[in-house]
Design a protein. Sequence first.
Length: 337
Amino acid sequence: MPVFGTQWSIINVHFGAIVPMAIVSATIVFSPPAMATGTSAGTTISNIATATYTNAGGQPVSIPSNKVDLKVDEVLNVKVASTDPGDVSTASGSTNQVLSFSVTNTGNGSEAFRLAPVNAIGGDSFDPATTSLVLDTNHNNVYDPGVDTVYAAGSNDPVLAADASIRVFVLSTIPGTTTDGQRAQTDLTATAVTGTGAPGTVFAGAGDGGSDAIVGASTGVGRDKGFYIVSAATVAFVKSATVADPFGGTKSIPGSIITYTLLATVTGSGAVANLAVGDPVPATTTYVPGSLTLQGTALTDTADTDAGEFTGTSVAARFGTVAAGQSRTVTFKTKIN
């Protein structure tokens, strides 16, 4: 019976006497299978068979066959996967916008991979302009400008051992004509430098250790998609005032209390960062101590750990990052002199 595609050798045994009965068995010695990507390319699998019998004198006899060696060929397989948790938010006209991908050698030998972005994809809202691909040189899975290495096809194609991965960053410029909510797809491809083709395609002698290279199920090409989404959040800011005079009316006379309301509303999609408001106390009025509030909660007048303060001439409040659809309301009071 064939084993690993090898052929058995024929063993001729001559006896000086007729053997009434011979018991013959065969034992096959082989290497255990490797884990993960399979047995490494270039590995030699050795196979020796053994024939045993009992001779006329009742003695056991063992005869080995010739050794059959097979070299394991290299399989060309690769996988590309986006590592972003979702769409990457961006703004119209932004540069160096980062998508993140992993490239994994799922073959069984060391292989170099040629990388390329794909932006002209139908069905999305616009095409980003990819400015560079960057290799994660320090392997921290974060794009570090000036530290990570800019990729140049054919010059520093990443060489990955079997089952090894590398993080690749795609940097793009977003067209200035994009609008809020528009979405764009950018793909990353990784192609085995040794060759590609239909599964089973053979590149003779091109594998590790002089083995053949065989195209695997991936066809030697990996590809996955990432997405940008334009988030054009804007802020509407409105100030209003109400007056309470000393006689229970609403007249602006000396001694009247003015309550100012500052309302900042974020619209669009995404969020705005570092949102803050400030308002100088009007001339001929005096700030009412302890009257500053944010979302109805009192703030201290001093510059401390809360979000606002009275500087002596104006009030200020800081909101940080505020998502679209949310608003922040600040109130404070002054007294007409």
